[in-house]
Design a protein around this ligand. Structure first.
Ligand SMILES: Nc1nc2c(c(=O)[nH]1)N[C@H]1C(S)=C(S)[C@@H](COP(=O)(O)OP(=O)(O)OC[C@H]3O[C@@H](n4cnc5c(=O)[nH]c(N)nc54)[C@H](O)[C@@H]3O)O[C@H]1N2
Ligand SMILES: Nc1nc2c(c(=O)[nH]1)N[C@H]1C(S)=C(S)[C@@H](COP(=O)(O)OP(=O)(O)OC[C@H]3O[C@@H](n4cnc5c(=O)[nH]c(N)nc54)[C@H](O)[C@@H]3O)O[C@H]1N2
Ligand code: SF4
Ligand SMILES: [Mo]
Length: 747
């Protein structure tokens, strides 16, 4: 399928991959009904490269792989049966109205996804607040980069995955990748790190496993899961004791160093070695590599973020950048590698419990007034912030009676999944819009089959904050409608005739107005610009507000002076200086001359290390961590339906060290039972020295017996409400005979 020449009959449509936050550019050519992926070498992010998921994505467009008609659960048989759109939408509207009449607006909840386009995320948030009047809306992005977002916002006043484009990475001096396995999770991005090393820069990878990414590193630190906070403090400790802080930067561009310093000083190297398992010489080596060059970056992904102290952990890594002056200037800084296709944009436009479009705060009266005006409603009518994702799912069947869910599969992906599955079953009413009959859709009372990526147009915001246009390339099968159609139809049936257009560009035009003046200002972005340019970086205020060149464009890195900026409204990140009448160029690089805090200074976080929510003990002596493999995506709802990917990664496994395998008596491929306080999962052993001997790893892409999330701990970070997917305590047993059976078996 890959690299085929465009067909003569129809030129390929330039669009983007349906999956991860890299949003690789690709062309799609339709040839005799066959959809073929064509390389799109001109798109800067991936320059033509695609991973196997992107290359095989057209398989999902096939009728056989997906839903093509609405399903309604038959009250007699209890089975899902085909129904007309009119019937299915009628049932949903009736049931949601019924719940609201009987139990109040907050008894209806909405759950969204970071795979939704900006237009859909915007419409879903508006639907919840305006049509349903419910405060109970959140989305799966809460499980993704919410800790990094919270820490970034605290430190810098605004967060955007990367505050610089990927193209800056090869030109810095050192990158620390904390808990990212991007060789498997964003393969085309690996090139930037390879180029970094070719240019003489160094790469440090921090991961309890020797991953494909760690194999590329100059230095690999393998801490015990859940100890990144101590590791960051330990590095900063050495920076201070070696006199390597940047005092001028600290004085001129930051606040809060004095508050952050005591915890740093309390984390001397030997203590950090004891907590993390990382030997002191390696810690020293990392500090040397990070501090020696003029520029350096720290990038985090889910490893340090999906912890019950993820916000503080990211805060500690940001502290390291601030204390060494590696932030707010070219080729240096902290960034988060976001995850889902629209993980970034999906949280900026209002499906998060506490946010309104434009990255506005739902609790802020000025933000409410602005958005209410765009929506043509009274500010008082907007609900207050509601529950976070896990808390919302946990409340299903309690005070939440009905749920409408779009673009997530929590039966597989939520922590403590057996409990969440049981909560979903306890609902009075569940409606799911999906492309396929996911494990969650299979529990629904009504399932709506929707269009997907190549069948519809919409914008997404990639991990760099680059807003891009994913264009429709093929016609959807009959019987399928878009999420925007669904929301529009339901709004009308629930009495709101206006304000829910089905044309994505019309929705985007409204989103532009709603975001204007917010931190994530999209008002200067148009579909036309997105076609002409390779995406536009937010903030991008409307015409005339601002507009000069980025000092990095064509300038010598690190040289020259940053332009004076005008402060954007709402404390947003500043754009370049004002040139009346000019079109704002967008903002590839944030914070170059000021941070987006009220005083323009970055804030140190006063954070100290603490144990994971669940530490190992005699009964549960092993740490379980979870994550991803190359060929499967997320809950697997999509990729498990692609034969080529399924062949490459056919099922779950338990990755463990030979010493641990010996201790419990399992060999390669033997079924291992992993037991936590939440439940028991079974999958074949995969034995490797590339993991700490005190830790096991399971990918979370599968349902059933091998479901990793049966085991995970829903302990939440107090600020971001992120569950602790990356650390819990388990015990292992050979699966053929459970410990209790072994104990009771005759000798
Ligand atoms: N193939 C594939 N690609 C994907 C996805 C997918 O499902 N499959 N999903 C997309 C999405 S939504 C996301 S969020 C990204 C995620 O991208 P990544 O963050 O790269 O993915 P993970 O595998 O969850 O975690 C990364 C690494 O963290 C390590 N880790 C575990 N515990 C700890 C810890 O306590 N500390 C540290 N430092 N590291 C730890 C794991 O061993 C793992 O190698 O990937 C995106 N891309
Ligand atoms: N143990 C463990 N659990 C984890 C993680 C981990 O590292 N470890 N990572 C967490 C992270 S980072 C994430 S992001 C979550 C993701 O987990 P989920 O939220 O379950 O994500 P997906 O599997 O991508 O589910 C997306 C669903 O939406 C459907 N879909 C795709 N496009 C559209 C569309 O346009 N409209 C509609 N209506 N549906 C669509 C897909 O078919 C699929 O069923 O998992 C989290 N869970
Ligand atoms: S790296 Fe991500 S965006 Fe690129 S092809 Fe793979 S899944 Fe798609
Ligand atoms: Mo994610």
């Amino acid at each position: 399928m890959p690299n085929l020449a465009p067909s003569d009959t129809a030129p390929p449509t330039l669009t983007h991959c349906p999956y991860c936050a890299l949003q690789c550019g690709m062309g799609l050519a339709v040839d005799g009904g066959r959809v073929e992926v064509v390389e799109r070498a001109d798109f800067p992010v991936n320059r033509g490269a695609l991973c196997g998921k992107g290359r095989t994505a057209p398989a999902l467009l096939d009728r056989a792989a997906r839903l093509t008609e609405p399903l309604v659960r038959d009250p007699e048989t209890g089975e899902l049966a085909p129904a007309s759109w009119d019937e299915a939408l009628g049932v949903i509207a009736g049931r949601l109205q019924g719940t609201r009449d009987e139990h109040g607006a907050d008894a209806v909840a909405v759950f969204g996804g970071g795979g939704l386009t900006n237009e859909k995320a915007y419409a879903l948030g508006k639907f919840a607040r305006v049509v349903l009047g419910t405060s109970q809306i959140d989305y799966n992005g809460r499980f993704c980069m919410s800790s990094a977002a919270a820490a970034g916002r605290k430190a810098f006043g605004v967060d955007r995955g990367l505050p610089f484009p990927l193209e800056d990475i090869p030109r810095t001096g050192c990158v620390i990748l904390v808990g990212s396995n991007l060789a498997e999770t964003m393969p085309p991005a690996l090139r930037y790190f390879t180029e970094l090393r070719e240019n003489g820069g160094t790469l440090i990878v921090i991961d309890p496993r020797r991953t494909k990414t760690a194999e590329q590193a100059d230095l690999h630190l393998a801490p015990r899961p859940g100890t990144d906070l101590a590791l960051a403090l330990g590095m900063l400790h050495l920076v201070v004791t070696q006199g390597r802080t940047d005092e001028a930067f600290i004085a001129e561009r930051t606040t809060g160093w004095e508050g952050a310093r005591p915890a740093v000083m309390a984390h001397w190297p030997e203590l950090v070695e004891r907590i993390t398992g990382v030997p002191v010489p390696q810690l020293r080596r990392a500090v040397e590599m990070f501090c020696a060059p003029e520029n350096a970056m720290v990038l985090t992904a889910r490893g340090p973020e999906q912890q019950a102290k993820g916000t503080d952990t990211v805060g500690a890594w940001i502290n390291l950048c601030l204390a060494t002056g590696r932030a707010g200037r070219p080729l240096s800084g902290y960034g988060c590698l976001t995850g889902q296709g629209n993980g970034q944009g999906g949280r900026e436009h209002g499906q998060k419990a506490d946010q309104l479009p434009g990255y506005r705060d739902l609790a802020d009266p000025a933000a409410r007034a602005h958005v209410a005006e765009v929506w043509g409603v009274a500010p008082e009518s907007l609900p207050r912030p509601g529950r976070s994702a896990y808390e919302l799912l946990d409340a299903l069947g309690g005070d939440i009676k009905s749920l409408i869910l779009m673009a997530s599969n929590p039966v597989v992906s939520a922590p403590r999944a057996a409990h969440i599955e049981e909560r979903l079953r306890s609902l009075d009413f569940l409606a799911v819009a999906d492309v396929v009959l996911s494990e969650t859709a299979a529990l629904a009372d009504v399932v709506l089959p929707v269009t997907q990526w190549a069948e519809e147009t919409g914008t997404l915001t990639n991990l760099e904050g680059r807003v891009l246009l994913r264009r429709r390339a093929v016609t959807a099968p009959s019987g399928v409608r878009s999420d925007l159609d669904v929301l529009s139809e339901l709004a009308a049936r629930l009495g709101v005739e206006k304000g829910f257009p089905t044309d994505p560009e019309e929705v985007f035009e409204e989103l532009r107005r709603a975001s204007a003046g917010g931190a994530a200002d999209y008002s200067g972005i148009t579909y036309r610009r997105l076609v002409e340019e390779d995406g536009v970086f937010w903030p991008c205020p409307e015409n005339g507000e601002t507009g000069t060149v980025d000092p990095m464009d064509g300038a010598v890195p690190g040289g020259g002076t940053a332009p004076k900026s005008t402060k954007a409204p709402d404390g947003a990140a500043p754009g370049p200086a004002k040139t009346p009448g000019a079109q704002h160029p967008g903002t590839p690089r944030l914070f170059l001359d000021r941070f987006a805090t009220p005083d323009g200074r970055a804030r140190f976080a006063a954070v100290t290390h603490r144990p994971a929510a669940e530490e190992t003990d005699a009964e549960y002596p092993v740490v379980l961590t979870t994550g991803r493999v190359l060929a499967q995506y997320q809950s697997g709802a999509q990729t498990r339906r692609v034969p080529e990917l399924n062949a490459a990664a056919p099922g779950p496994f338990v990755q463990l060290h030979p010493r641990l395998a010996d201790r419990i008596g399992v060999g390669e491929g033997d079924p291992v039972a992993v037991v936590s306080r939440r439940g028991r999962a079974v999958a074949p052993a995969r034995i490797t020295t590339g993991i700490r001997a005190d830790t096991v790893f399971m990918p979370f892409h599968w349902a059933g017996e091998g479901r990793a999330n049966t085991l995970t701990n829903p302990a939440l970070d107090p600020t971001s409400r992120m569950p602790e997917f990356k650390v819990c305590a388990v015990r292992l047993e050979p699966a053929a005979h459970r410990a209790d059976e072994v104990n009771s078996a005759p000798a």
